[in-house]
Design a protein around this ligand. Structure first.
Ligand SMILES: [Mn+2]
Length: 464
């Protein structure tokens, strides 16, 4: 949590940006896993609520009345029976005071408070069902209509504020990245033939729970790196294969997100090295080109061209590079975007609408082309943005079969050669970058080994 001045200043800025009306920010509630009293843990507060009201407790709603310059934290104090089970919990008034809010009220008063408003009510698109019911009760808007009824001025104001990270936020992200280092180097030291994917992934998650608040998303750990979100299975790691680990933590409510791909036996084969070195070059190239004023979509396509050039050298692609990328042929190998915003959410603010986070009037998404339609971030970069740099090359048997059968992009792809890579898997390398005044830099004080020699040296003792 930050100093209360931070929250006061943020709400004051938000009021200026939205201009008029009443803003309601819904905090999250406990969410049952398999019966009401057994909730998913730890509870995850809504990020925008956290950004302006800072408190982690469930059952809170923050209201900012712009016209009357009034802020109220709604919530119920716990009673002595709750204290028996949960221990002492600060009162809602104490929680409000910590973030510079002087007025509080019990939750039952929220309904009459809202019903008496004549000005515009601003709320964000809800993503939890209980919040949707709350909005329906308060405002009479059916859940199916709430996304379109959400306030565009509020969304745009929050995206503007949260997109640019302050120095104190960057410190928190750096700290989260350092836990990310511990998570990934733990994986690198445990990987060897015979251990299961689930075992290594569980140890990685344990680090996130021990050194931070937990994972920032469900860990991807799989020898099937070609499956974008491959969950860890009971399969044993096999000599000769690659294994991909994409994992991050949340610390002080800020995320990390890193990916590494390792040879199970600690040594890359020549064929693995040829593909790996392309992904490595693409990953490093981003550091040279990403800077304020440049569109992240252009960085993405610059990387796609470099990837295409290198895949042509290997005989997997052919033809004119620019034409191949324009046709989307590279998406055979890279069917996703180069990266996304990262902050309090690992896909920062995605719940507010990717169109408002990653795009703007100048940079519109291309929803027609396979691969390009997955770009989460396209617009011009600004100092203070935090993004992921995560190129990958994947050999997806079903996609190879599909494009081969239809002849899609056949002038740019060597299907005969692709057939021989169907057992390859996939490689992704991901780090988190900060856009600086002049360019960009990696976040985190230590680099998780990713240059092949560093990975091999780091894993050298694993099989002894
Ligand atoms: Mn990512």
């Amino acid at each position: 949590m930050f100093n209360k001045e931070t929250y006061i200043q943020r709400r004051s800025e938000l009021k200026k940006l939205v201009g008029n009306g009443v803003i309601i920010l819904f905090g999250n509630n406990e969410s049952p896993a398999n019966y009401p009293a057994n909730a998913y843990a730890p509870m995850r507060q809504d990020s925008s609520f956290l950004y302006y009201f800072g408190q982690h407790r469930d059952g809170l709603v923050g209201v900012i009345d712009i016209d009357n310059d009034e802020e109220i934290l709604f919530g119920d104090d716990i009673d002595v029976e709750d204290i028996v089970w949960m221990g002492y919990t600060p009162s809602v008034a104490d929680l409000a005071a910590e973030v510079g809010v002087s007025k509080t009220a019990p939750m039952k008063e929220l309904t009459s408070y809202i019903k008496h408003q004549s000005s515009d009510i601003h709320f964000l698109p809800p993503y939890r069902h209980d919040t949707k019911i709350q909005i329906m009760d308060l405002l009479g808007i059916h859940p199916a209509k709430q996304k379109e009824a959400a306030s565009l001025p509020l969304i745009q104001a929050i995206v503007k504020m949260r997109a640019t990270k302050s120095a104190e936020e960057i410190d928190y992200i750096e700290a989260a990245c350092d836990v990310g280092y511990a998570m990934h180097t733990t994986a690198q030291l445990l990987i060897r033939p015979g251990v299961t994917e689930r075992f290594v992934a569980g140890q990685v998650d344990g680090i996130a729970r021990s050194l931070a608040q937990g994972n920032s998303f469900a860990t991807i750990f799989s020898q099937h790196g070609e499956i974008m979100h491959g969950s860890p299975s009971d399969a044993k790691l096999e000599d000769g294969r690659l294994v991909l680990c994409d994992a991050g933590c949340e610390l002080n409510d800020y995320c990390s997100d890193h990916t590494r791909t390792m040879p199970v036996n600690g040594k890359f084969s020549q064929r693995q090295l040829e593909i790996y070195s392309i992904v490595e070059a693409c990953h490093d190239y981003v550091l040279e080109v990403a800077k304020p004023g440049v569109k992240y979509a252009d960085v993405h396509f610059a990387v796609c061209r470099l990837m295409t050039e290198r895949l042509k050298e290997l005989g997997l692609m052919k033809g004119d590079t620019d034409a191949a990328v324009a046709a989307g042929a590279h998406a055979m190998f890279l069917p996703h975007g180069l990266g996304h915003m990262m902050g309090m959410d690992v896909h920062d603010m995605e719940g507010l609408g990717q169109i408002y986070v990653g795009f703007d009037d100048e940079t519109r998404p291309n929803l027609e082309q396979f691969g390009t339609n997955c770009l989460r971030m396209g617009r011009r970069l600004e100092e203070g943005f935090v993004l992921t740099d995560e190129p990958g090359i994947y050999f997806i048997p079903a996609l190879i079969d599909d494009w081969k059968a239809s002849g899609h992009c056949k002038e740019f792809l060597n299907f005969e050669k692709l057939e021989t890579y169907k057992d390859f898997g996939g490689i992704r390398i991901e780090d988190d970058i900060l856009i600086t005044k002049e360019g960009c830099r990696f976040l985190g004080s230590k680099r998780i080994p990713y240059h092949p020699k560093d990975v091999e040296a780091f894993m050298a003792n694993n099989n002894q």
